[in-house]
Design a protein around this ligand. Structure first.
Ligand code: ATP
Length: 236
């Protein structure tokens, strides 16, 4: 068991490269970052600055090549594929394009978020999926297919799917990009509320200046370098 003071994420001297030979290009340069349990951290920065690369490395979706990246004490540099699978089970993901399955209902999409967790029975999975869909305000849309939901509703299904298994870390990449201002705000407020209730940590990449105030801390990336790491001013 890791102690409660172990950061959820601890990154030291992380570098990342794409391509080989003459095409080889460095995308991340000596990244150092710690994220603590329960924090909401927003990552901003221009297009191409390395935000998605960093997010996918943290989530075990890409191989860590150089430096140290610990997820709940587990070193991901040199981790086996089985260890990476374990990491992915402990994180929830929300992307800009919600990535819902069009042929599955809202309820079935959310239940999928539990299918990699063998400890739950079919009945438990259904109950947990219904409960979280009710929490995100979609209790009356359980059997709707994504095509019959608005953008904001689809993103709420994606949030429900990411959070249904109570992950310790939620990684969100531009979750409001496809939404109008009001829906975008509603979606992040909901993420914030659920994360606080579940005690989970959120790392959210965004260009959306309207939602920066939900962060406990903002980190800024530029040209593959983590340029600033600022605590938010105290919220009332
Ligand atoms: N699969 C890849 N192969 C080669 N280069 C890549 C790959 N993915 C990203 N890159 C390069 O790495 C750099 C960082 O890209 P990344 O997608 O992480 O930036 P970003 O900050 O998330 O950008 P955006 O805000 O546009 O999503 C860019 O120069 C990009 O072209």
């Amino acid at each position: 068991m890791e102690s409660s003071s172990t950061p959820v994420i601890k990154i030291q001297h992380l570098n990342h490269f794409f391509g080989r030979g003459e095409q080889r290009k460095q995308a991340l340069f000596d990244i150092n970052l710690e994220i603590n349990a329960g924090e909401i951290v927003i990552m901003t920065g221009p297009s191409g600055s390395g935000k998605t690369t960093l997010l996918t490395l943290i989530g075990g979706l890409r191989t860590v090549q150089s430096g140290h990246l610990k997820f709940l004490g587990q070193e991901l540099c040199g981790a086996s594929s089985e260890q990476l699978v374990q990491v992915r089970r402990r994180a929830g993901y929300i992307f800009q394009a919600h990535n819902l399955h069009g042929s599955l209902t809202a309820l079935q999409n959310v239940r999928m978020g539990l299918e990699i967790h063998p400890q739950y029975s079919v009945a438990q999975m259904k109950e947990m999926a219904i409960n979280i869909l009710e929490e995100v305000g979609l209790g009356n849309r359980l059997n709707h297919y994504p095509d019959n939901l608005s953008g904001g509703q689809k993103q709420r299904v994606a949030i429900a799917r990411a959070l249904v298994s109570h992950p310790q870390l939620v990684l969100a990449d531009e979750p409001t990009a496809a939404l109008d201002s009001k829906s975008g705000r509603d979606v992040v407020t909901l993420m914030q509320k659920l994360a606080k209730e579940q005690g989970c940590t959120i790392l959210l990449v965004t260009h959306d200046n309207r939602i920066l105030d939900i962060a406990d801390r903002t980190v800024y990336m530029e040209d593959g370098i983590l340029k600033s790491n600022t605590m938010a001013t105290a919220k009332d």
